[in-house]
Design a protein around this ligand. Structure first.
Ligand code: NAG
Ligand code: NAG
Ligand code: NAG
Ligand code: NAG
Ligand code: NAG
Length: 269
């Protein structure tokens, strides 16, 4: 077991005040998840049955996709809801699953944005897999506050905008994938060691491991500043006049000669 994970386990065990009484909250969490998602195949409807005659039974641990910390305690360790034909928005009420460490919603048809406060809802996630859905909007900067994340899979959605630069804080990441979205802008430096295929299929992403970012600002800014300066000194006309005059005098000295002749003629008349 990795040191990180051991530390997390210890932290979760020590914060007993909320967790020892977590069972009822975890049940509320799953009820809320069931109510907020669209379940055309009725998978959750048939398997997540809350009318339990034995109140002390850890019955939610037998639900499809629910993994508990202990087999005899209603406390959710992870929710694995991949490939169940689910639709609708990001599930609601997850903050009541207060010690969940894994969330897998992959290969469904979820849509809409990821909550902007996702780190407040599920702060202890080590693994978040939202891949192969229809999620839209930006990737929340708030994910950078989920400091235990090892795995972040967001590929094959419709996320747009930048990868938040704050993702440089996610130092525990061992897997990261945003392929096949609508992302643009530079790739944060911490993520540059992941393979190019994990960023492929986004029109606007740039920087290592993909192609260098073209920098139109850098190309244009000096020109703008130079013109600005020239205008400020209102010397642009004088400068151009001087250069033109110099070039003409150097390459076409006969002009001066002929103008001399012209003047001579004028004088003669
Ligand atoms: C969390 O559970 C409590 C009951 O334990 C409930 O009153 C509350 O509305 C739930 N919160 C959410 C966000 O579902
Ligand atoms: C996914 O949902 C969208 C609407 O949100 C719908 O247009 C599309 O057909 C769905 N795709 C599948 C494979 O169910
Ligand atoms: C982002 O995360 C922090 C800590 O996890 C939380 O306190 C804050 O409310 C979140 N920000 C937003 C915009 O919700
Ligand atoms: C959340 O992360 C941001 C940086 O992305 C940081 O500035 C902020 O202090 C964090 N908030 C909490 C509550 O950890
Ligand atoms: C990427 O990997 C190289 C060597 O494999 C390492 O020296 C470097 O620090 C890594 N960069 C980041 C940002 O992790």
């Amino acid at each position: 077991m990795a040191d990180d994970t051991k530390f997390l386990l210890l932290a979760l065990l020590l914060s007993c005040s909320s967790l020892c009484f977590g069972s009822e909250a975890d049940i509320q969490c799953l009820k809320s998840v069931q109510q907020s998602v669209i379940d055309p195949n009725g998978v959750l409807k048939s398997s997540w049955y809350f009318e339990n005659p034995y109140p002390n039974d850890a019955y939610i641990c037998r639900f499809t996709g629910v993994e508990c910390w202990y087999h005899d305690e209603n406390r959710v360790l992870s929710l694995r809801l991949g490939n169940l034909g689910l639709e609708g928005p990001f599930p609601q009420g997850l903050e009541n699953c207060s010690s969940v460490t894994g969330l897998d919603l992959s290969n469904n048809n979820f849509s809409g944005p990821i909550p902007q406060d996702i780190s407040r809802q599920v702060p202890y996630l080590t693994s978040l897999d939202l891949s192969y859905n229809s999620f839209t909007g930006s990737i929340p900067q708030n994910i950078s506050n989920m400091t235990y994340l090892n795995i972040l899979n967001l590929q094959h959605n419709q996320f747009s905008g930048q990868i938040p630069p704050q993702f440089n804080l996610l130092t525990r990441l061992t897997a990261f994938n945003v392929a096949e979205n609508l992302l643009s802008g530079p790739i944060p430096s911490l993520l540059q060691n992941f393979s190019a295929s994990n960023f492929a299929g986004n029109q606007g992403l740039c920087g290592s491991p993909l192609d260098e970012c073209s920098t139109p600002q850098r190309r244009w800014r000096p020109v703008r500043i130079r013109l600005h300066r020239l205008n400020d000194q209102s010397s642009i006309g004088a400068a151009v006049g001087f250069v033109v005059g110099f070039v003409v005098a150097f390459y076409f000295p006969q002009c001066f000669v002929c103008s001399e002749r012209f003047r001579a003629n004028v004088v003669r008349i």
